[in-house]
Design a protein around this ligand. Sequence first.
Ligand SMILES: Nc1nc2c(c(=O)[nH]1)N[C@H]1C(S)=C(S)[C@@H](COP(=O)(O)OP(=O)(O)OC[C@H]3O[C@@H](n4cnc5c(=O)[nH]c(N)nc54)[C@H](O)[C@@H]3O)O[C@H]1N2
Ligand SMILES: Nc1nc2c(c(=O)[nH]1)N[C@H]1C(S)=C(S)[C@@H](COP(=O)(O)OP(=O)(O)OC[C@H]3O[C@@H](n4cnc5c(=O)[nH]c(N)nc54)[C@H](O)[C@@H]3O)O[C@H]1N2
Ligand code: SF4
Ligand SMILES: [Mo]
Length: 696
Amino acid sequence: MTSSIVKTICPFCGVGCGICLKVDGQQKLTGVEPQASHPISRGKLCEKGWSTAYAVHPDNRITQPLKRITNKFQPISWDEALSLICDSLKVIFEEAGPEAVGVISSARATNEDNYAAQKFARAVLKTNNIDHCARICHSPTVAGLKQTLGSGAMTNSAKDIYDTDLIVVIGADPTENHSILGGHIVDAHLKGTPLIVIDPRETRLAKMADMHVQLKPGSNIALINAMLHTIIAQQWHNQSFIEQRCEGFEALASNVEKLTPESVEPITGVSAELVRKVAKAYSQTKSAMIFYGMGITQFVSGTQSVIALADLALVCGQIGRPGTGINPLRGQNNVQGACDMGCLPNVYPGYQAADAADVQHKFSQCWGGEVAEGPGLTSLGMTKATLSGDFRGLILFGEDPVVTDPDQNHVKAALKALDLLVVAELTMTETAKLADIVLPAASFAEKDGTFTNCERRVQRISQVLAPPGMAKGDWQWLRVLAEKLGSQQLSWETSEQVFDEMAALTPSYQGMSYEGLTQHHGLQWPCNRDAPQGTEVLHRDTFPIGKAKLMPVHFTAIDEPADEQFPLLLTTNRLHFHYGCGSMTRKSPLLERETPAGVLFINPVDAKALQLQRFAPIGVRSRRGYLETRAMITDDVPPGLVSMPYHFKEAPSNQLTNTAQDPLTKMPELKACAVSVFPLPPNQAPKTAQQLWEEQ
Ligand SMILES: Nc1nc2c(c(=O)[nH]1)N[C@H]1C(S)=C(S)[C@@H](COP(=O)(O)OP(=O)(O)OC[C@H]3O[C@@H](n4cnc5c(=O)[nH]c(N)nc54)[C@H](O)[C@@H]3O)O[C@H]1N2
Ligand SMILES: Nc1nc2c(c(=O)[nH]1)N[C@H]1C(S)=C(S)[C@@H](COP(=O)(O)OP(=O)(O)OC[C@H]3O[C@@H](n4cnc5c(=O)[nH]c(N)nc54)[C@H](O)[C@@H]3O)O[C@H]1N2
Ligand code: SF4
Ligand SMILES: [Mo]
């Protein structure tokens, strides 16, 4: 064998940068380099992308199926593992029906894997209990933009950053989390494009922005409504756009009539003068782009906040043209795709309603068999139903909810209460440690398929290496499991066959093929007969629902404000150098060098009141849990607010977080809960979550 360089796509964030994997004659991955001509990454990668080889290295990978025997795992064959799963599922079906089992799929895996997962749930298990991490990420975007615009995705393209007159970043930290795209924002700003950042923390972009609106956490709706009030009162709205393309303006205008910037100042903490300036800049600029993220969605008011942003863009006519739009920064490499594939309880591929009789008929015809009829549970719904005894068997791949779902103690209790927990993973995560059966999964470098990035670009990934040991691609083991359960409905031979079946059933992907994707550096959906080259800007002439719907929304306070017992408000954020549960990035010595394993950011005023020195060991407690970590003293967070990343299993911020949910989407309020912080003896190292657990 000779050495080779294979083009593929970075497996971390939703930017979808083009990477090349270098493989030597012994089939070892020897390095990573950027694709010079990739349309988004343009010959660059961030540190995570450069570190990909560590993330998928054969060391510490799971290489064969494992069976739990009390507290130990024993290696078994694939045949035995899948037979055990099959037997256990049959018992649960007989005793409790298909509502008691479900699948959680992965926004890190391919479209093909995700299409197979929802087909397995709906056609083989006959349940709509299928979900994935979008639930706790951009599910409010999917729901909010669907209602207002008819389509829940980024309306414009990354390249528009260079083709706009104003960039507004609200509740997102793109230099850390969408680093290459964040780099484009820095670049465009340095070349003269004005930048407004709306964030309670002083992020890297906030430090260089023309205006930083440092609002109080959870006050987005109050701020946006005050902007709408100002825009309408000053006649800065786009009357002709509203008349031609929107409905519901009267109700919206009367909802904000009394919401002056002065009246909401106690809620937002933002001066009325600054609100007016931002409102003027956004409405009076020819083209303005909004980028947003978890600082909008991860609240009990997540869906309403997304709707408020859509209202703002529509009223100003800042949509449907290059350099405008409302642009959710979808997080995971393939979270847009996992949603498009229908790995959500309420929709089939292409957002076709799961409860509509005609949709069920279409899929049961094409798939050759009956499909699920009843409503499905969300991921957190499955956790809840487990604790009430109504849910008993979970097949999960490519997620680590013990570290990434809110209220860790509650999640662990639920996973332990299951009759059957199957986890397919690259490495032994905290969740895999609780499984009855662990399956070895192939990483992105060891399989063919596609990822859909945040700007709806569907890109090919190519197999570079053989999977280590007995590891298999996710759709491949799902196929064998389906066959063991008596179904041939997943019996594809290649990833391309899976893609072709999916594209035929998914209107927005209908014009795509592997060949077309390879020729074009991917294609942006919708790609069909009307748009064979894909679509860079959505909603140019019309919305999928005809006219866009302006919808009045009302401010809702956060569920758990600070009080006497828990006097600080905790928010959670991300660090540039680590990703999600850390199971991939923490294998890189380069990335691991950059930050201690867990840290709490605290303002000097609060640190002084608590007599904390830099890096002092501290305890942090909420109504749900306790952890120990170190204090990082910084002005980036205002007094009263503390912040923690969620990447570190040693100091998991999800010990503390609140499960209070957005009523429509069940998004938990990951961005705000009340905590108390206290110093530990100065020479006592913080205990890890594992140590604290063992002491209990
Ligand atoms: N390095 C790295 N990159 C990642 C990830 C990672 O784990 N590590 N994860 C990926 C994933 S899954 C996702 S979803 C994306 C997420 O990317 P982002 O959306 O950028 O994620 P966060 O850092 O969680 O939160 C964004 C910002 O919201 C702000 N915020 C908090 N409360 C409020 C509020 O009330 N109003 C406003 N306006 N802002 C508020 C926070 O201060 C923070 O700066 O990143 C992706 N990229
Ligand atoms: N407190 C707090 N908690 C949060 C957030 C927050 O802002 N604050 N953000 C939330 C958000 S936005 C998200 S998206 C979630 C993310 O939560 P998760 O989805 O649980 O996080 P990841 O680290 O991406 O976990 C993915 C796992 O998939 C595995 N994997 C990668 N590729 C493959 C594959 O091809 N096949 C299989 N089988 N496995 C694979 C990796 O090894 C890794 O362990 O976290 C959420 N949790
Ligand atoms: S910005 Fe995202 S896609 Fe690009 S290299 Fe970094 S992690 Fe990978
Ligand atoms: Mo996410």
